[in-house]
Design a protein around this ligand. Structure first.
Ligand code: MSP
Length: 516
């Protein structure tokens, strides 16, 4: 990929009826790691996140709280901005669907679809789930707990809706969608999600109701203000709004559309992999390059739910474990794409073994050894031995591996590769035993320490996307200037003779509070 090439990546926009929890933090942190990676790799990045503020669900939540919907949205949306600051998220934009620019874009897309004959007015009768903001076919419903009642396949309650609605001619896009999936095998990831989407589209793909009349909290349908737009049509359009749509001559639109990646949870792939490309094709607009549907977290083996009261908020987790540790854990613990469990035990395991023992200890023992035994000065190396060359090569070989893993969103494998080199470096310390060379061969000791410090520099540069604060502290301790921290700088080795500051551990151990 050429330097400077644009990269547009998005999170879903979050419903403002919840406080940010681990599920929200997960999607956002994964995108943040990717955005940071691409920037360090010289790409021109647009990273978008934001809040989804319209629809019946938000309307009801605001009513239940006894608050005007806009005031309610302002309040909860701010919680998501706060989460970004807390989790050290480097988004370039934060969009809210109640912003005028977004209302304009949604209405423009509507008019375009209407102009092209893709929308018609009809009577709707069917099942709707407010929790999921989704329509369901009768055949998809499952029996509820009370005999005779029905639930959505997600377990959400459904209600029968009969209204005059506008419809989008989704059925017409069945073949083009299937064709698109076939000719763009990387469009839907991971593979299992593609199979799921394909079988959904291959079934009966009916036209989609895209407006509602029974409530007002939404984008008014242009020309018929009795209707508000279906919240998903409005929400998906956010990805276009942020780059300047409807002005397709806008610089950001030209640079960034179509998006490189929409990162979403597996629960919302149907909207992103079926409805969204169909809307775009119907409007004559280019389709995004890739949708990744990641897995879901349970907490200590249980689904998070209001009734169980086991929501784990990003605030609580960050306060308890630290932001970098939490970011690392989320991206390392699960094969990205699979479901997994968040447990205190697993979290502490990762902090104490991977971060504190493996990476933290490597840096600390090398840097404090230099501090004590080399006048705090990085030694100038003599000729490298084959063992030194092997060690340095292992670190050098990481970037191409990480490029592959990050471009496929297999973050866990990227981190595994980095930690394999950390393991190599710890073994190299033991084998080369610099402490035993202090009296017998100080020149060799200096070379070993130099090799290790150079490897630590490479590791710190490469781990910035995942543990930005700790990596920056390490690079400070190696006196690496701010403008020498991108991936291009990996090729410029440290200069021997540099005086290094007193080292400090960057990955503290997690110590359990003694039980009272
Ligand atoms: N507003 C829609 C998205 C519109 S995008 C045009 C929405 N919002 S949401 O707030 O309900 O969910 C946002 C994201 O959080 C989804 O990707 C969802 O998968 C993710 N998660 C919510 N709970 C989760 C877990 N327990 N685990 C992992 N991610 C989960 O859907």
């Amino acid at each position: 990929m050429a330097a400077g090439e644009p990269f547009y990546v998005t999170t879903p926009i979050y419903y403002v009826n919840d406080s940010p929890h681990i599920g929200h933090a997960y999607t956002t942190v994964a995108v943040d790691a990717l955005a940071r990676f691409m920037r360090l790799d010289g790409r021109k990045v647009m990273f978008l996140t934001g809040t989804d503020e319209h629809g019946q669900k938000i309307d009801r939540s605001a009513r239940n709280a006894g608050i005007d919907p806009q005031v309610f949205c302002d309040r909860v949306s701010q919680n998501f901005r706060d989460m970004n600051v807390l989790m050290n998220v480097s988004n370039d934009q934060f969009i809210r669907t109640t912003e005028p620019r977004h209302i304009k874009a949604s209405q423009a897309l509507w008019l375009e679809l209407e102009k092209r004959g893709e929308i018609y007015l009809d009577k709707f009768a069917g099942w709707y789930s407010v929790r999921d903001e989704a329509f369901y076919e009768e055949s998809e419903l499952i029996p509820g707990k009370t005999p005779g009642t029905k639930l959505a396949p997600t377990g959400a309650e459904v209600e029968w809706v009969e209204e005059e609605n506008y419809f989008f001619r989704l059925s017409k896009w069945r073949e083009p969608l299937l064709e698109y999936y076939k000719s763009h095998p990387d469009f839907i990831a991971p593979r299992a999600r593609l199979n799921e989407i394909e079988s959904f589209v291959k079934g009966e793909l009916r036209d989609l109701s895209i407006s509602r009349t029974s409530f007002k909290w939404g984008v008014p349908v242009p020309g018929n203000e009795k209707h508000v737009m279906y919240v998903w049509l409005d929400a998906l359009t956010n990805y276009l709004t942020a780059v300047g749509y409807p002005d397709t001559d806008a610089a950001d639109y030209k640079t960034f559309w179509p998006a490189d990646l929409h990162m979403v949870g597996k629960d919302i792939i149907r909207f992103h992999c079926v409805y969204w490309p169909a809307f775009l094709m119907a409007a004559g607009l280019p389709v995004p390059k890739r949708i990744f549907g990641h897995g879901w977290w349970t907490v200590e083996g249980q689904k998070m739910s209001k009734s169980l009261g086991n929501f784990v908020t990003a605030n609580d987790l960050a306060a308890k474990y630290g932001v970098d540790s939490l970011r690392y854990f989320m991206l390392r613990e699960l094969p990205f794409g699979s479901d997994g469990d968040f447990s205190h035990r697993a979290m502490v395991g990762r902090i104490n073994s991977d971060l504190a023992n493996d990476f933290g200890n490597l840096a600390q023992r090398v840097l404090s050894f230099i501090h004590k035994n080399c006048d705090a000065t990085l030694p100038v190396p003599a000729a490298f031995t084959p063992a030194d060359e092997t060690m340095l090569k292992a670190a050098h070989d990481l970037l191409p591996k990480l490029r592959t893993e990050f471009s496929e969103q297999t973050f866990h494998r990227g981190l595994e590769a980095v930690w394999a080199v950390i393991g190599d470096a710890n073994r190299y310390v033991d084998e080369q035993a610099p402490w035993s060379l202090r009296k017998t061969d100080p020149a060799r000791m200096g070379t070993v320490l130099y090799v290790l410090t150079e490897v630590i520099r490479q590791l710190a540069i490469l781990t910035q996307p995942v543990v930005p604060t700790a990596a920056a502290k390490l690079l400070d301790q190696l006196c690496v200037p701010e403008d020498q921290r991108d991936f291009l700088a990996l090729a410029t080795p440290l200069k021997g003779g540099t005086v290094l500051p007193k080292p400090e551990g960057v990955f503290p151990r997690f110590v359990e509070e003694p039980k009272p």
